[in-house]
Design a protein around this ligand. Structure first.
Ligand SMILES: Nc1nc2c(ncn2[C@@H]2O[C@H](COP(=O)(O)OP(=O)(O)OP(=O)(O)O)[C@@H](O)[C@H]2O)c(=O)[nH]1
Ligand SMILES: [Zn+2]
Length: 351
């Protein structure tokens, strides 16, 4: 049994109940979303819940319950019926794969993302930067783990690992050999929510199990042929750790398509570049051709690598593209609803 606070409820959510008559309803948090129902954890256990009909047909996809959402449901014994999804404090999303300009929500009401890479599959600084940019967009803080440091390491990997440690505070760990697990544990606090992200096979489930001191979650072998994991985790799931703290395990996510969900901080996610950018002559410097640009200067002198600068530029272009395409799409939507409105006004009847 968990209190709402242990499930992640904070005073910030109190006001969202003001306008709802919720006396006969139970408050719970969505753990897993299935095709036609979801599993909701509440103060006295968990319940399979379905979405009330008016919501099922009246809600856009992104509004429907996602792992991490707070919901109100009516308890009918075997089944609960969800009547409200409370407004989200944060959500982690990515651009859907492919050409479509749409956002896919991965988890909601998250305080930290625990980003995992590992030696076996290979450290990838460019992918880490991409992930950090998207976390910045979503206003979610990152904790970075480099797992499987019990395995042999090449000189090249050692260099990347040092960079990740020095620039991004990455923590080298081993779930199997119990290295630095206490350090991870010390960063996980009761009532805070942590989403694990990283490619399949990096050891997300293993780390959660090691933190729990159990084998609650299934873990999988890395395929010898592809050096990739076989996706043991098949759906997102939210758990409350025995030691406190809420974790959401996600199936392996290789790439984060960027959206541009306005970051409030003005930071890019590239820590080294953000530090330099503060010193640029112009506060709105694009770091492309301006005089007095400290980022360009560092890229030229080799203080930041060409690869990092190129990735920074590429990711910026990707976000601009997303922003302008989604604006286009919204305008098209508006245009269409205007036409429909005018048709109705002019007495058009749908025959
Ligand atoms: N050598 C070594 N192997 C590890 C370590 N942690 C996990 N593994 C192994 O890596 C494999 C994949 O681990 P999982 O925990 O299933 O990986 P995952 O990231 O949860 O994968 P998905 O659920 O597919 O996303 C398993 O065979 C683990 O035993 C570690 O610290 N050292
Ligand atoms: Zn600049």
């Amino acid at each position: 049994m968990n209190t709402l606070q242990q499930l992640g409820w904070s005073a910030n959510f109190d006001s969202s109940l003001n306008d709802i008559d919720h006396e006969n309803m139970t408050i719970g948090r969505v753990s897993t979303v299935n095709k036609s129902n979801c599993i909701v954890i509440h103060e006295s256990g968990s319940k399979i819940c379905e979405l009330a009909g008016n919501l099922l047909f009246g809600m856009e996809e992104y509004e429907k319950p996602k792992t991490g959402d707070w919901v109100l449901f009516l308890d009918y014994g075997d089944l609960g019926i969800i009547s409200h999804v409370l407004p989200r404090q944060t959500y982690l999303s990515r651009k859907k794969a492919g050409k479509e300009v749409a956002e896919q929500i991965i988890a909601t009401n998250i305080d930290y993302a625990i980003v995992v890479q590992c030696l076996e599959i290979g450290l990838n600084l460019r992918r880490l930067e991409r992930t950090l940019v998207q976390l910045q967009n979503c206003n979610i803080e990152a904790i970075i783990l480099i797992n499987k440091i019990d395995l042999a390491i090449t000189t090249e990997q050692r260099e990347v690992m040092n960079f990740m440690e020095n620039t991004y505070g990455a923590i080298p760990v081993s779930a199997n050999q119990n290295i630095n697990l206490k350090l991870i544990q010390s960063k996980i606090h009761t009532g805070k929510s942590y989403v694990f992200i990283g490619a399949s096979g990096v050891g997300k489930s293993s780390i959660i199990n090691a933190l729990e001191g159990s084998s609650k979650l299934k873990t999988g072998e890395i395929s010898q042929a592809t050096n990739k994991g076989a996706h043991t985790t098949t759906s997102r799931e939210l758990y409350v750790l025995n030691s406190g703290g809420i974790v959401i395990d996600t199936p392996g996510t290789r790439e984060f398509g960027l959206t541009s969900a306005s970051s409030e901080s003005g930071s890019s996610g590239f820590r080294g570049i953000d530090e330099l950018a503060k010193e640029c002559k112009f506060h709105n410097c694009t770091h492309t051709n301006e005089k007095g640009c400290k980022v360009l200067k560092a890229a030229k002198s080799g203080d930041i690598s060409e690869a990092e600068y190129d990735n920074f530029m590429r990711l910026n272009r990707e976000m601009e593209h997303y922003a302008s395409s989604s604006k286009d799409r919204k305008q098209k939507g508006k245009h269409l609803s205007k036409i429909i409105k005018n048709m109705k006004k002019s007495g058009y009847k749908n025959r």
